[in-house]
Design a protein around this ligand. Structure first.
Ligand code: NAD
Ligand code: ZN
Length: 367
């Protein structure tokens, strides 16, 4: 399967190629971005071991000269310290505005490299080669780039769109299964937002996808990327409610991630899975959505091995504490906290009238 999705943003439009094996012909695909026949690749140590050799060989076969920067894996890499080191190293390599830096890795590498590209020489080019399911279906598309700061996650960043996104689903063969499942939560999210047919497809095909079925995996990636590309083209900077819909499950999820210290105890996608189940349960409790839809969402998440409750996430904190974490969330604007709620599967909306004391009481009932 080979599919190209275009993100329509006028002069900044770009293509996303989804093709099994595309990494092995990255030489031809990335040649147009290799100024003077050279590319700088930034990756992390895990990806350097598993997927970098494929990219390096493909680029070499087209005679592209390569410089490679290998960073430590993990969320800690999205920091001021690593950003400073990375920009210094790229400048030392003589990076120009017309150059493209290649981000080979998951969301951590993509977010960091994209942000570095946005500030280097007041903005140089970059290409995303996402290597996690989460990065393929979500973070590599849309131009949100960021690092974390003492005040919280993703609070320092910029909108900076890539010039090209190369998605090769076969790179997921070396990704740990727990990371694949976490990324799958973001796939389910697209169905829950506005595509009940896709959620039904997920129910039918999700277990096969997680068992490694390439056809199901490629289909899910293409459909998710298509949804994200449409949303980004219509609301690039989240000035309307549309792009905010992508935060379904994230307000609850971030609170759980904060409570577990943004550690391996709960991966981002796992937090989103519980968050989506909670958003539907809370919507049902308020009479906005049928209880059967909320039960169906939780059942599907569990069927693929994702957590769907506070207990399954290993979180035992009072509702008030979790709401306190939410108030640190970057989506808080002028003292109110927008929540993504649902009228049913495929019918998510932004609610701006949510009473936080009521959310805390709801969370206490769930514990
Ligand atoms: P990650 O980049 O940390 O990758 C997860 C782990 O998998 C790491 O240990 C990594 O080294 C390893 N890995 C990656 N690809 C591999 C492969 N093919 N084989 C073997 N190991 C591999 O995590 P992630 O889940 O991809 O991304 C999370 C980050 O993405 C967070 O910082 C989050 O804030 C960000 N994010 C950004 C956006 C956006 O729109 N920019 C959207 C969602 C999430
Ligand atoms: Zn997410």
């Amino acid at each position: 399967m080979s599919e190209t999705v275009r993100v329509a943003l006028g002069a900044r439009s770009y293509d996303i190629l989804i093709e099994a094996g595309a990494l092995d012909r990255a030489g031809a695909l990335l040649l147009p971005f290799a100024k003077r026949g050279r590319l700088v690749i930034v990756t992390d140590a895990h990806v350097a071991e598993t997927q970098l050799p494929r990219l390096a060989e493909a680029l070499a076969s087209e005679g592209i000269v390569q410089e490679t920067i290998i960073l430590p894996p993990g969320e800690g890499t999205k920091s001021w310290a690593v950003l400073a080191e990375l920009t210094d190293r790229l400048l030392a390599l003589g990076i120009e505005r017309s150059d493209h830096v290649v981000a080979l890795g998951g969301g951590v590498i993509g977010d960091l490299v994209g942000f570095a590209a946005s500030i280097l020489k007041r903005g140089c080019g970059f290409v995303q080669v996402p290597t996690t399911l989460l990065a393929q279906v979500d973070s590599s598309v849309g131009g949100k780039t960021a690092i974390n700061s003492a005040a919280g996650k993703n609070l320092v960043g910029a909108f900076h769109q890539p010039s090209f996104v190369l998605i090769d689903p076969t790179v997921l063969d070396t990704l740990p299964p727990r990371e694949v499942a976490a990324g799958y939560a973001e796939v389910v999210k697209y169905g829950l937002i506005d595509d009940a047919d896709f959620f039904a497809w997920c129910e039918a095909n999700g277990p096969a996808l997680l068992a490694g079925d390439p056809a199901a995996r490629d289909r899910a990636i293409a459909r998710s990327v298509g949804a994200k590309a449409r949303i980004v083209a219509a609301d690039e900077r989240e000035t309307q409610d549309l792009r905010a819909l992508l935060n379904l499950g994230h307000t609850f999820g971030h609170a759980l991630e904060a409570e577990t210290g943004f550690s391996d105890r709960l991966l981002h996608g796992e937090g989103v899975a519980v968050g989506m189940a909670l958003a539907f349960a809370y919507s049902a409790r308020r009479g906005l959505c049928p209880a059967s839809d909320a039960a169906q969402v939780a059942a599907h998440l569990r069927a693929v091995g994702l957590p769907a409750s506070l207990e399954e996430a290993g979180v035992r904190a009072p509702g008030e504490v979790l709401v306190g974490h939410m108030l640190h969330d970057k989506k808080m604007s002028s003292g109110t906290l927008p929540f993504l709620l649902a009228r049913g599967i495929g019918q998510t909306f932004v609610a701006k009238d949510v009473d936080l004391a009521d959310v805390a009481a709801f969370l206490d009932e769930q514990a």
